[in-house]
Design a protein around this ligand. Structure first.
Ligand SMILES: Nc1ncnc2c1ncn2[C@@H]1O[C@H](COP(=O)(O)OP(=O)(O)OP(=O)(O)O)[C@@H](O)[C@H]1O
Length: 425
């Protein structure tokens, strides 16, 4: 408290004062007030100078704005790094895709609990910074949620996502498979959009019967490079997926414009998790323009799993450390939840199996009920798709489903006919 006025004078913060200071578990913290006209951004820019002036270790000083007063802040000096040791993961806590996901802990031991429903998530950082670790925490929580279906894209031969396979509805490990998967994801998107327009609802509400769809992409830059077509589909999902509960969870080393493809993907990412980057300016690539200058110093993160998170409600550069998920944790989680994973709802699944697109032709003048039974009775061995039945009857999907479920047989995914009398039986 005595030393501050001199130090402040030397680093261009003359007139700022220490109001009170207390010792805490990791060091000490002080409530500070600024001279009129000074801002917390001025202080953030001087953090290395403050560390030098106070004689702390590099990286010991944290500056947190006072949400109630622009001329005040809290300065914390961490004599010891609260994140020096790995923080073990205790298993999933989310039970619905609507629950915030606990990624790890802040330096004051508060949970980092980030809502992910209807949000696209970008995880960035250099090799070895812990991207797969963060993906594993998120996936480990989502597999415990019965209202979300997971698809994965992993062009490193499935190296990262393979352990989760029993919990993934699909895994793509080649550019061609990835392209098919993302094209299918757009079909699901369109089917959902159509159904919602018909029922005049605005949001797809995830439930066990109508799950959300999350597409995990490990090393997005790789995908963008190897499969430009995939980027077009991903773009579409990024722009339109939120209301339809279809979102992307992408990890990448350096999300340059080139690596992220030409489209809008990067700007559509709502939750950004930035692990260690090589250079100051790389922070901006992951978190957004100007973030490095605003005190988000991801190049200073000094151990794997340490990260900054930028999202709605996470507006300050607070350092966090992700839980460490071990291979055993993954195995145990997969074993526990593999049998409980939901399937896509029928509407979405049908969008993948039907070859034709419903054109809106309506056969009028006939009794739809009679037309339905006639079509199902005369259906070929491999059955008829719901889209075909919609065209034949002119009725809506839900109307058809109700009747199919009560009376017909599904011969393969999304294809139906009337049960045949068994010969000789
Ligand atoms: N939260 C964490 N806490 C402690 N150690 C961690 C954490 N996350 C990762 N590590 C350590 O760092 C190593 C690298 O992590 P990880 O494989 O997740 O990095 P990555 O960013 O995905 O790297 P790459 O891009 O090469 O795949 C891990 O083997 C683990 O030992």
């Amino acid at each position: 408290m005595q030393g501050w006025p001199d130090l402040a004078e030397q680093i261009g913060l003359a007139g700022s004062r220490v109001m009170s200071a207390v010792v805490d578990v990791w060091g000490w913290r002080a409530r500070m007030t600024l001279r009129a006209g000074q801002t917390v951004a001025d202080v953030l820019a001087q953090v290395p100078a403050i560390e030098s002036g106070l004689g702390t270790r590099p990286g010991a000083v944290r500056v947190e704005p006072d949400p109630a007063h622009a001329g005040r802040f809290v300065m914390r000096v961490l004599a010891e790094d609260p994140h020096a040791n790995a923080v073990p993961w205790r298993g999933p806590t989310a039970r619905s895709v609507a629950d915030p996901i606990r990624l790890g802990v802040f330096e004051d031991a508060a949970n980092v609990a980030v809502p992910m429903l209807r949000r696209h998530v970008l995880v960035g950082g250099i090799a070895g910074a812990g991207k797969s670790g963060v993906l594993n925490v998120i996936i480990g929580n989502l597999v415990a949620c019965p209202d979300v279906v997971l698809w994965g894209i992993d062009l490193k031969g499935g190296m990262e996502l393979r352990p989760w396979v029993p919990c993934l509805a699909r895994l793509a490990t080649t550019p061609a498979e990835a392209e098919t998967m993302l094209r299918d994801a757009v079909r699901v998107l369109e089917a959902r959009a159509r159904a919602m327009a018909e029922s005049s609802s605005r949001l797809w509400i995830p439930t066990e019967r109508t799950p959300a769809l999350v597409i995990v992409v490990d090393e997005y830059a790789e995908l963008a490079e190897q499969s430009p077509a995939s980027v077009e589909y991903a773009d579409s999902i990024a722009r339109r997926g939120r209301a339809l509960a279809e979102t992307l969870l992408a990890a990448t080393q350096r999300p340059t414009q080139q690596a992220m493809g030409k489209g809008a993907i990067r700007s559509q990412m709502d939750v950004r998790i930035c692990l260690r980057v090589r250079e100051r300016r790389d922070t901006d690539l992951i978190l957004g323009q100007g973030m490095g200058a605003a005190g988000w110093h991801a190049h200073d993160l000094d151990a794997p799993g340490k990260f900054l998170v930028s999202a709605e409600g996470f507006n300050h550069p607070r350092r966090a450390r992700a839980y460490l998920v071990t291979d055993d944790d993954v195995r145990a989680t997969v074993e526990r939840y593999a049998d409980e994973r939901p399937a896509l709802d029928r509407l979405s699944a049908d969008a993948l199996t039907s070859r034709e697109v419903f054109q809106g032709e309506v056969i009028t003048g006939s009794d739809p009920e009679a037309a339905l039974w006639a079509a199902l009775n005369e259906a070929p061995e491999h059955g008829l798709s719901v889209s075909e039945l919609m065209r034949i009857t002119g009725m809506r999907r839900t109307w058809i489903y109700d009747r199919l479920q009560a009376h017909a047989t599904q011969v393969s995914r999304g294809r139906w006919r009337m049960p045949r009398a068994e010969s000789g039986g």
